[in-house]
Design a protein around this ligand. Sequence first.
Ligand code: BV8
Length: 251
Amino acid sequence: MSVAPLRLAADAHVLVLTGAGVSAESGIPTFRDAGGLWESHPVEQVATPQGFQRDPGLVWRFYSARRRAALACVPNAGHAALVDWERRLGERFLLVTQNVDGLHLRAGNTRVIEIHGSLFRTRCARCDRPSEHDERAYEDGAPACERCAAQGRRALLRPDIVWFGELLDARHLSAIDTFVAAARGKPFVFLAAGTSGAVYPAAGLVDLASDAGAETWLVNAEPAENVGRFAHFLQGPSGTILPALWPVDGR
Ligand code: BV8
């Protein structure tokens, strides 16, 4: 497909939301495509607090396998394009990702909000010890929190992931609101890429941006559930479309 380049004004703000589709070309399975993660692992069992309560060992085997898989993958051209956008826009760029695979950070983006958490952070399910960077696999049962144990309490460590039914980090939502408020009244583009638009509140970001005057773009392999909320829909692989969408000479 030929991609008509984005024309951005000199003071344009760009808010990007990515989903699993942006990592698909790096070899990381999506959730809802054929053969996706939810096909072989019912959400209720592995991505809810109730599932963790019921079988923490199963949840840790699921996330340990995803940690290993993500570490074996590398960012693709779609990730690289977003690093270039951040370099050119600076503080007028913000990347909100639903992805937990860490590929945007490994690609070089720094202005990233991981609203569903990260595969590579572990926290205690009970105490407020800070979440820690962790690449270990836990195949034989869930690890215990040493800090709780030292205080005579039994508590398990869990992936620092936002499961269904759990609130997103209020600091993340506040940072997004602050960015959108700063963009209001300025040239403002909201672009969602590689997401089925099935999960809220992330899928509602397009409305938040649109209400603030953003021009809305969707880059996706197929029409997302909320495709009707976008002014522009570019169908195809993000690894091809994103690098062509705002070429360097298209300043
Ligand atoms: C919450 C765990 C308060 C981490 C995930 C309204 C408002 C608020 C909440 C809700 C609401 N309605 C319902 C809810 C509850 C729920 C929800 O949204 N349910 C849905 C299913 C209806 N939301 C919550 O529970 C959230 N919490 O709001 O708390 C609350 C609670 C209950 C009730 C009310 C309020 C928490 C949401 C976070 C859940 N955690 N995952 C993990 O294991 O990863 S969500 C999970 O789905 C992943 O994190 C993933 O990021 C996310 C979205 O999936 P996508 O990234 O879009 O991936 P998907 O496979 O679906 O699509 C990929 C797309 O890419 C496809 O369209 C495909 O065509 C495309 N594609 C493929 N290849 C390419 C491509 N595109 C381009 N190029 C390619 N190469």
